[in-house]
Design a protein around this ligand. Structure first.
Ligand code: 5AD
Ligand code: FES
Length: 328
């Protein structure tokens, strides 16, 4: 659907939020059907060279128990996730240079043998590295632009460059990955106007997947005292994204469920068609704390898969079979 900026702002601020959600739900249903695709998310390292003001695992947070999985541990976690039925494995970490390109490529090659789609979410790398990961078999790449307000971006992401992140997204796309990006809503000083720009940006670069989550202030960060985003703003933004890009993949984000026990279900009924249950094992789950009140920190991969599976079926939806790629 083509919506101009003024119309997007109107929708983001509508008094008829329920009607917006229903409209997005209908577009999702008519375009993609009722399947919800599950992705197994492995949080394999919380070591990060960056210092984003909102993020719990920022380099400057001394209270984090840092870990990174060994190559074997990571491959093993992926194998188990594939064995319990996940058809996509998402590997996410901080920007941890322990994982050299060679190491990452070896890991990808091993995981591809489990007949799964492989998604990387490991931040900014060089063109050569993105190319090598792709050649090793990586199918998709996730990296949120976070905001298109460059001043805000530079305030909250010190020593990072918005332009560079944008360039990385274009390289990823050019290399033939399915491209996932997205934003965090409710960042300090972020306006509705700028969120409308963000949505138009995601459409402009042609994302295959768009993740939209509310900002949740982490007590051990400089933004501890900020208000943060609301589930409602997250849902509205996601719903408008669905209207703008009817056939892309849109996850019901974990941050939404951290703000409300039915957050992901509400999201699935307002335009989302993907859920990314955590398949990280043991105490790593707890240590990978981007924001507080993270859900499922004491659960196991199998438990989460059945839990979310039951919730999905309880609202009359089905679990997607196959890889759940973006069909254009
Ligand atoms: N609240 C919500 N989301 C966060 N992220 C990082 N820190 C927070 C926070 N405090 C999101 C960012 C990042 C993704 C992996 O997690 O958008 O891209
Ligand atoms: Fe983890 Fe429900 S998804 S317990």
């Amino acid at each position: 659907m083509s919506l101009d900026k003024q119309k997007i702002v109107e929708l983001l601020t509508t008094e008829e939020a329920e009607a917006l959600y229903q409209q997005a739900d209908k577009v999702r249903h008519d375009t993609l059907g009722d399947a919800v695709h599950l992705r197994g998310l492995i949080e394999f390292s919380n070591i990060c060279r960056n210092n984003c003001l909102y993020c719990g695992i920022r380099k400057g947070n001394p209270h984090v128990s840092r870990y990174h999985m060994s190559e074997e541990e990571l491959v093993d976690t992926a194998r188990k996730a594939a064995n319990i039925g996940f058809k996509t494995i998402v590997m996410q970490s901080g920007e941890d240079m322990f994982y050299t390109a060679d190491k990452m490529c070896r890991i990808i090659e091993q995981i591809k043998k489990f007949d799964v789609a492989v998604t990387l979410s490991i931040g900014e790398r060089t063109y050569e590295e993105y190319k090598a990961f792709r050649e090793a078999g990586a199918d998709r790449y996730l990296m949120r632009i976070e905001t298109t307000d460059k001043d805000l971006y530079h305030k909250l992401n010190p020593n990072m460059s918005w332009q560079h992140r944008h360039d990385c997204l274009l390289m990823i796309k050019e290399l033939g990955y399915e491209l996932g990006s997205g934003i965090m809503v409710g960042q300090p000083e972020q306006t509705i106007d700028s969120i409308a720009d963000d949505l138009l940006y995601l459409k402009e670069i042609g994302v295959d997947m768009a993740g939209i989550g509310p900002f949740i202030p982490h007590p051990q960060t400089p933004l501890a005292k900020e208000k943060g985003g609301t589930l409602e703003l997250g849902l509205r933004t996601m719903a408008v994204m669905r209207l703008l890009m009817p056939d892309i993949n849109i996850p019901a984000t974990t941050a939404m469920e951290s703000l409300h026990p039915q957050g992901r279900i509400k999201a699935l009924q307002a335009g989302a068609n993907v859920v990314m249950p955590n398949v990280t094992e043991g105490e790593y789950r707890r240590f990978y704390e981007l924001y507080p009140n993270k859900i499922c920190v004491n659960d196991t991969p199998l438990h989460c898969k059945s839990c979310i599976g039951l919730k999905i079926m309880s609202i009359g939806r089905t679990i997607g079979e196959g890889y759940g790629s973006h069909k254009k």
